[in-house]
Design a protein around this ligand. Sequence first.
Ligand code: PHB
Length: 392
Amino acid sequence: MKNLPRLALAPVFAAACVAAFATGAQAQGQAPLKVGLMLPATGTYAALGDMIEKGFKLYVQEQGGKLAGREIQYFKVDDESDPSKATDNVNKLIKRDNVDVLVGTVHSGVALAMAKAAKESNTLLIVPNAGADAITGPMCGANILRSSFSNWQPGYSTGVVAAQKGYKRAMTITWNYAAGQETVKGFAEAFEKGGGKVVKDLTLPFPNVEFQALLTEIAAQKPDVVFAFFAGGGAVKFVKDYDAAGLKKSIPLFGSGFLTDGTLQAQGPSAQGLFTTLHYADSLDIPKNNAFRKSFALAYKQNADVYAVQGYDAAQILGAGLAAVKGDFAKRDAMLAAMRKATVDSPRGKFTLSAAGNPVQDMYLREAKGENNEYRAVAVKALADPARGCKL
Ligand code: PHB
C-alpha cells in the first residue's frame, strides 16, 4: 500500500516526458538528418566534387556539427560525372539509404537525372554546382533548389563583357553537353545583343581533351575573341594547349570563370592574365569572404574556390530551412518556403533565390593573377536566370 501513490504518479510523469519531447526538446530527440552527397570523386570533375563536400561540411562544422539542432549523417555516392549511371546512383541514396536530402552534383547531365528522381520521389534536392538550365526551368519544383548558378548566367555575363570590350567576331569552344551548349547560348545572347556575332561554335565530346584540330581551326579563322567553357581537369589542359599553340598572344581567350577556378596552380603561366566572369572571385574583399577563406584554409590546408563556396552555401540554405521549423523536417512546406525566402550570407556576397529556386546574384569580372581569380568589377548586377519554362 505504501508504494501506491508513487505508482499512480508514473503515468503523469510519462505524459510530461512525452510533452517535453514533442515541444522544446524536438530537435535533440530526433534521429540524425540523412544527407546524401552525390558528387564526382573520379574523373575530370573529381576535384570539384571534393571542394563542394569540404565546403558543405565546413558550414556544418561551424554550427557545431549540427543544423538547427539536428545531427547530420552523410551518405556518399561517386557519380563519376557519368549520366548513364546517374539514375542507378541517385536511387542508391533515395531508395537504399533513404536520405532526407540530396546534395548534388557537378555535371549537368547527371544533375538532370537527379532532378527527375527527386521530383518522382518528392525528395528535397539542393544542387551545389550543375548549371543545367532545365533544373530551374521546365523541371523546376518546390523541392528543388540551387546554391550555384544556371549555365545561362556566367555565359550571359561574359557575353556582356566581351561586347563591351568592342569585340565583333567570336568563336566558341566547349564540350558537347548541356553545360557547354547552354553556357555558349548565354554568351551568344548577350554578345549579339551587344553588337557582336558568333561566327562559329566548336565542340568535342565530354570529357575529351584532344583540342589540337580545333585550335588549328581557331588559328585559321582568326576571330577577335574566343569564348570557352571547360572546367576541372579539362580546363587545365585546354588553357595550356591554347597557350602552347601560340594563340594566347594573338586571340584573347574569355570564358565563364570555371575555366580558371580551382585550376590556376596546375595551369601555371598559361592562365595568367585571363579574364573570366563568375559569381565569385577569390579576392572579393568583404568580411564574409575573408572569414570563409581563413576558416577553409585552416580546416583543409588549401585555398577555397567557387565550388567550396557553393557547397558551403548549399549547407547554409538547408540550415535556413531547418532553423525555420526548429529542425522538424516533417514541417516540409514551411521548411521549403523558408529556404526559398532565405537571404544567403555567402562568401560571394549576399544573395536570394528566385521563385524558380536559382540564385539571383552579382556576376564579377575577374583576372587570373598568381593563384587567385582577382576581382576587377561587377560585370552584371543581380543577374537572374530567365527561368524559361518554369511553372510553379
Ligand atoms: C555542369 O556540368 O553544369 C558544370 C560542370 C562544371 C562546372 C560548371 C558547370 O565548373
